[in-house]
Design a protein around this ligand. Structure first.
Ligand code: FAD
Length: 397
């Protein structure tokens, strides 16, 4: 009886090339991890099935935002934001990095109370923010509808164009003696080897699964689900909005893990275009634009910015966030396989948190001191994470 050869084992016998680290997936997270490892002196191979930054990284808004859903989330977002600020001077102009600030918009007294709570929380942790009265909000953003209760300005939040940064990171690898392999799919990752779809094999004592929403394909059992999002972009209307504007009600809708939701979340781009978001849907694997969701999203935007209806929307797209049950990413080793590490599950904050994720990962690989505790992000917090098993084929023994 003929038995199908296991691709992992076949590759083992054809002799693969060796690296210190193999990173699978060249989104913003994988590219940042690969670059941080290379900068720490490790020889890295970064493997991408298409091209750098083509996945959720191309679909995202690029809002670099401090969040306070939990202490762990705050630590990761704030540390990463500081790393983005530090990096910004060396980014290409096409990365469109800008510290525009976020205004959390309060529609009523209840949301104003939430703005005050957030203000106190950030103040205690040294993050500058300013409560805005009704009239201050209207002065800063005259196109918002009249009668809103106020808001909170978080001035160090920034905006970036993420796919350019992912490409920039992956290009830098070469000059550090590392390698990028594009147009190849990783078909097996574990036990110190990555097997690619042409049968070639890369060996490394550390492998990183940074495949975003598709991470579970190579690491079965990962508690990562796809969460679909829609975005729309307008023609150029410079000055129509001046800050990233997010409704405080966003915290309620974005955090619902069961239902489809839309929320007012609007961003001015350097080009003068307005990026309009956002939506969240579970259980939708089809990338097609859903007209009902799109209409609901644009109506929500018009509720806050009445004149948005008169702007011309020139493009609409969707993308998939990689969501975990506790809204924190998975960063660390997979139980049972010390060679296999995860850097995925960043949901709607992967652009923001990519740099701190890379810092944790490279720090763990090289033994350098970490700026924030890595424990809340360890995959071991979920029981069902397991390694892909290779059954040994007698023909190979
Ligand atoms: C609508 C929307 C708005 C968002 N807005 C923001 C925001 O404002 N701020 C923010 O911080 N985050 C935002 N996000 C989230 C952010 O975009 C993601 O968290 C982030 O891009 C995840 O990056 P990643 O590198 O993990 O995944 P990806 O960018 O998806 O990269 C994974 C890569 O792995 C590759 N890959 C997959 N399988 C394989 C394989 N078998 N072999 C080789 N390569 C493989 C893919 O081709 C892809 O390039 C948003 C997301 C969406 C959808």
């Amino acid at each position: 009886m003929r038995r199908e050869a296991n691709p992992g084992l076949t590759a083992r016998y054809t002799g693969g090339r060796s690296f210190d680290v193999v990173v699978a997936g060249s989104g913003i997270v994988g590219s940042a991890c690969a670059l941080a490892c290379a900068q720490a002196g490790l020889r890295v191979a970064l493997v991408e099935r298409e091209f750098a930054g083509c996945g959720a990284t191309a679909a995202g808004m690029g809002h670099i935002v401090v969040m306070d859903d939990s202490e762990a989330q705050f630590a990761l977002t704030r540390r990463s934001q500081q790393l983005w600020h530090r990096l910004s001077a060396s980014l290409p102009a096409s990365a469109e990095y800008e510290t525009a600030g976020t205004i959390w918009v309060a529609a009523d007294e209840e949301e104003l109370a939430e703005a005050s709570r957030k203000h106190a929380y950030l103040e205690q942790r040294g993050v500058p923010s300013q409560l805005l009265s009704r009239s201050e909000l209207a002065t800063l953003e005259p196109n918002l509808r009249k009668g809103l209760a106020g808001g909170l300005l978080v001035s160090e939040d920034a905006v970036v164009y993420p796919p350019v940064v992912a490409r920039h990171f992956s290009r830098q690898l070469k000059s550090l003696g590392s390698e990028t392999i594009q147009g190849r799919t990783v078909t097996h990752l574990g036990n110190g080897e990555a097997v690619l779809d042409d049968g070639s094999q890369l060996l490394a004592p550390k492998l990183v699964n940074a495949m975003g929403a598709d991470a579970a394909v190579c690491t079965p059992g990962l508690p990562v689900k796809k969460r679909k999002g829609h975005l729309a972009i307008t023609d150029r209307y410079p000055g129509f909005v001046r800050h990233q504007l997010v409704e405080l009600g966003y915290l309620k809708s974005a955090h619902s893990v069961t239902t489809d939701s839309v929320a007012f979340n609007v961003q001015p781009r350097q080009t003068g275009q307005i990026l309009i978001g956002s939506s969240r849907q579970y259980g939708k694997d089809d990338p097609a634009v859903n007209q009902d969701i799109l209409s609901a999203m644009l109506q929500r935007a018009a509720l806050y910015l009445p004149d948005v209806s008169s702007l011309s929307v020139i493009r609409v797209w969707t993308g998939f966030r990689a969501a975990t049950p506790d809204k924190l990413p998975l960063i660390g080793p997979v139980p049972g396989d010390p060679t296999l590490w995860l850097a995925t599950g960043h949901e709607g904050l992967g652009i923001t948190t990519a740099l701190a994720t890379a810092e944790i990962l490279a720090g763990a690989f090289t033994g350098s001191a970490l700026s924030i505790p890595p424990e809340p992000f360890l995959p071991t917090r979920f029981q069902q994470v397991r390694i892909p098993q290779i059954s040994l084929d007698e023909e190979m023994l």
